[in-house]
Design a protein. Structure first.
Length: 234
């Protein structure tokens, strides 16, 4: 009897163990993002290149302190050869012409509508770096230290070197013409561009003038070659 009861107890334990529910597999708490979510997140974090906000980044400068010093050294040699003495802005001086002190009158606009190149009204602009937009940018002025002063305007005309000389005639207007001193023109051109311009011979000029001369017109060969001067002021 005891044996039968013991067998029945063991069978009951075995049945209960077989009916116990199995544990569910645990699920991960963090899911991997889908491909679409990865692409969207990548596009949101993509950096865009910054645009340049400096408006003067591409502005070309034609003149600087080194060229000022070169012009000063050149003028010292040139004026000694000419037996003259000049005050120049390239030395930090303030030359004057008929009570006009430079570069002050150019900076203040006092010469507006008061300057002619021959018969052509022009606007001189003070430009110590040669980086302005004006057609006639003056980078230096030199004036002889005498009563009847020779005055020169070292100018960048549409990107090209040109030395203007002021007429000694009196009046309300300042009349300029191309300086006929070839050494002065070439010296300034070399400092500005690094090259010496080629001077044409009289024969070459006359041949071109004969082919292109027209009434009331300056032959193109004579323009800006330092051989021509308006006869009105000669």
């Amino acid at each position: 009897m005891k044996m039968i009861a013991k067998i029945m107890f063991l069978l009951a334990l075995s049945t209960m163990a077989g009916c116990r529910p199995q544990e569910k597999a645990s699920t991960p708490t963090h899911q991997q993002p889908t491909t679409q979510q990865s692409v969207k997140k990548s596009s949101q974090t993509k950096k865009h290149p910054k645009k340049s906000t400096n408006p003067s980044a591409h502005v070309q400068t034609f003149w600087n302190n080194d060229k000022n010093q070169e012009l000063s050294a050149f003028m010292q040699q040139w004026q000694a050869k000419m037996g003259q003495s000049y005050l120049g802005t390239y030395d930090g001086k303030k030359p004057s012409y008929r009570d006009n002190v430079f570069p002050d009158v150019l900076i203040n606009g006092q010469l507006q509508d008061k300057v002619n190149w021959g018969a052509l009204p022009i606007a001189l602009q003070w430009s110590p770096k040669g980086d302005k937009q004006g057609e006639y940018q003056v980078v230096a002025v030199a004036s002889e230290n005498t009563t009847l002063a020779e005055t020169y305007f070292f100018t960048i005309h549409n990107g090209h070197p040109l030395v203007f000389e002021a007429s000694k005639d009196k009046g309300d207007l300042i009349y300029l013409y191309d300086s006929q001193n070839v050494e002065l023109q070439q010296g300034f051109a070399k400092i500005l561009t690094g090259k010496i311009p080629v001077s044409h011979s009289d024969n070459e000029l006359n041949q071109d003038a004969a082919a292109q001369i027209a009434q009331q017109q300056i032959p193109s060969a004579y323009r800006h070659t330092w051989y021509w001067q308006d006869q009105t002021y000669s």
